[in-house]
Design a protein around this ligand. Structure first.
Ligand SMILES: [Zn+2]
Length: 201
C-alpha cells in the first residue's frame, strides 16, 4: 500500500469528476486541508469516510487502496495484498499504543512513589506534605485514567464463552476486575460473565 500513489489516485479521480478539493471535502463533511493531505500522500482517509469517498469517486475500496484502476483479472490478487497491508498497519498502531500505555503507567508510578517518599522524609510543614501528596495522587489518577482509556480503545476483548470480540462500555470496564491482560466482563453477545482476554485485533 503506497500512500503517495493513493493520494495521486484520489486527485486523478476527483479531477475526473470535475470536483475541486473544497467540493469533495464539503460532500464528505470535512475540511479541504484534509483532502489536500490525502492527495499529497501525507495521510490516509479515515476508515469512516472510505465508503462514501469511493462512492463519490465511483471507484472500489480495493482500487482506492491499490491507487489505480483494477481490471477484473488481478482484482483478487490486489484485494488480498491490500487486506494484509491494512491488517499490518492496524497491528503496528496497536503496538505503539500499548507501548504508550506502558510508558504512561511507568512514569506515573515512578513520580507517584518519588513524591510520596519526598513527602515522608523531607523537612516540610504538614501543609507542604499535604500538597505534595495531593499532587502525587493527581498524577497517579491521571496516569491510571489514560492507561485505562488506551487499554479500552485499543484492540478488543474476546469473550471466553462464545469468542465474540468487542469493545466494552466505559463504566463496566472501569469497575471490572482485571488480571494481566484479562478482565472480568459481561459479554454483550451471549450475556455471560467471564474472564475476557485482550486481543490486539
Ligand atoms: Zn460471549
Amino acid at each position: 500500500m503506497n500512500q503517495e500513489q493513493i493520494g495521486k489516485f484520489i486527485a486523478t479521480c476527483r479531477k475526473k469528476k470535475n470536483l475541486t478539493q473544497l467540493e469533495l471535502a464539503e460532500k464528505l463533511g470535512i475540511t479541504d486541508r484534509a483532502v489536500s493531505k490525502w492527495e499529497r500522500g501525507l495521510n490516509l482517509p479515515d476508515a469512516s469516510l472510505i465508503k462514501e469517498l469511493c462512492s463519490i469517486l465511483s471507484i472500489s475500496i480495493n482500487e482506492l487502496f491499490s491507487g489505480e484502476f483494477i481490471t477484473d483479472e488481478n482484482y483478487m490478487k490486489k484485494a488480498e495484498g491490500n487486506l494484509v497491508d491494512l491488517k499490518r498497519r492496524e497491528e503496528e498502531q496497536n503496538k505503539l499504543l500499548f507501548l504508550l500505555e506502558l510508558v504512561i503507567g511507568l512514569s506515573c508510578t515512578i513520580s507517584f512513589i518519588t513524591l510520596i517518599l519526598i513527602a515522608c522524609f523531607a523537612n516540610f510543614t504538614l501543609l507542604g506534605k499535604g500538597v505534595v501528596i495531593g499532587i502525587s495522587l493527581l498524577i497517579f489518577a491521571t496516569g491510571i485514567f489514560f492507561s485505562l482509556k488506551i487499554e479500552r480503545e485499543v484492540g478488543f476483548y474476546e469473550c471466553h464463552n462464545c469468542h465474540h470480540k468487542y469493545i466494552p462500555k466505559l463504566l463496566p470496564f472501569f469497575f471490572s476486575m482485571n488480571f494481566l491482560r484479562r478482565r472480568y466482563l459481561k459479554c454483550p453477545y451471549c450475556h455471560k460473565k467471564s474472564w475476557n482476554k485482550k486481543v490486539a485485533s
